[in-house]
Design a protein around this ligand. Structure first.
Ligand code: UDP
Length: 351
């Protein structure tokens, strides 16, 4: 059964996307990485709006649990396969290529698989797109393509070329995504495929990967886990590094808008929230909302290489506003409340 917050959020997102209903109803969406965090929400909203979804995921970082409620619905098919070699003769209207390993400790543990998902995966999907006469192709790239942007380029616009180390602990993800963008550009130029690229900034919400609470996890959900267990919050470095956190419903609304808006093939758009927050501030907010006894403890990560960890990350959102009339709506405090409530229920911690 779906958590109440998730159920309400899916309804709200479908409502916000109502103007796109004719482009969704009865259309077939191939979603790679559909059992991942953002992927599963994308599938939920597509099915809620009467689209048909083929979800392809090799479950390397996604989980069947996040889509189990959809399995059995006539508008949803799950195929446990790798996007790198997936093929189908079905009629596909839209391809959304999300399959990737997005958590830094996880892609550092699986560097080759991470490169493959981004480079071989995109090539395979673009070839499928060429064979399928699709209406739209969305590649979910990342803010990581900007790397460590200098202060005067924060918030970061889409025209910044990036400041990236190609031979370091983030290279397998960052360079994989950059190569995938270059494939998209080349297929767009050569074959005029209807490609759009979303550069996704940090996103959170209910159903964010719970495996993330382990040493392989991402900051926000790890902090929630630590706060709810009154454990020290593992803030890395001085905690002054920043991220800008976008609530999942906003992210999904932005992705659908980018895929379905008219006349913007070949565009690259930041999808994220432009409220910049330091990691220390994030830990304080989570402690407060969870009424926790935890304290932030400056911490050296044993299983995670923080070399090349970007100091600041924040999207410039003017292009999304202009092309998609899209602005994130959910304040960080409200989103954190939802995640904390959901996580309590998911792991059975009494309020
Ligand atoms: N981080 C932290 N403690 C943790 C995990 C991450 O302080 O237990 C920091 C990490 O060094 C980075 C920020 O939090 O500066 C965001 O990390 P996240 O794992 O969410 O991934 P990223 O945004 O770097 O892709």
């Amino acid at each position: 059964m779906l958590h109440k917050t998730i159920e309400e959020d899916i309804k709200k997102t479908a409502e916000a996307l109502k103007k796109f209903e004719p482009k969704i109803q009865g259309k077939t969406f191939l979603v790679t990485g559909g059992a991942g965090f953002i992927g599963s929400w994308f599938c939920d909203v597509a099915v809620a709006m009467k689209g048909k979804v083929i979800c392809v995921d090799n479950l390397s970082s996604g989980s069947k649990e996040s889509i189990s409620h959809l399995i059995g619905s006539k508008n949803f098919a799950f195929l446990e396969q790798d996007a790198c070699n997936f093929s189908t003769k079905e009629n596909i209207d839209y391809i959304i290529h999300m399959a990737a390993i997005a958590s830094p400790p996880a892609y550092q543990k699986y560097p080759i698989e991470s490169l493959d998902a981004n480079i071989i995966g995109i090539r395979n999907m673009l070839e499928l797109a060429r064979a399928s006469k699709i209406k739209g192709f969305l590649f979910t790239s990342t803010s990581e393509v900007y790397g460590n942007a200098p202060d005067h380029l924060i918030p970061t616009e889409e025209n910044f070329y990036g400041c990236i180390n190609s031979f370091g602990p983030r290279a397998m993800y960052d360079e994989g995504k950059r190569a995938a963008e270059a494939y998209c550009y080349s297929y767009f130029q050569k074959y005029k495929l209807p490609i759009r690229i979303a550069r996704i900034f940090n996103t959170y919400g209910p159903r964010i990967d719970i495996k993330s609470t382990s040493q392989y996890g991402r900051a926000l959900i790890k902090f929630v886990h630590q706060a709810l267990h009154n454990e020290p919050i593992t803030v890395y470095g001085d905690g002054k590094q920043t991220r800008s956190f976008c609530y999942i419903t906003d992210q999904v609304e932005g992705l659908f808008s980018l895929l379905l808006a008219a006349g913007i093939d070949g565009e690259v758009v930041n999808i994220g929230n432009n409220r910049e927050t330091s990691i220390h501030e994030l830990s304080q907010k989570i402690i407060k909302i969870a009424s926790s006894l935890s304290k932030p403890a400056l911490h050296h990560p044993p299983h995670y290489d923080i070399k090349d960890d970007p100091r600041r990350r924040c999207p410039h959102t003017a292009k999304a506003e202009k092309l998609l009339s899209f602005t994130p709506k959910v304040p960080l405090e409200e989103g954190l409340k939802n995640v904390i409530g959901w996580y309590r229920d998911a792991v059975g911690i009494a309020p």
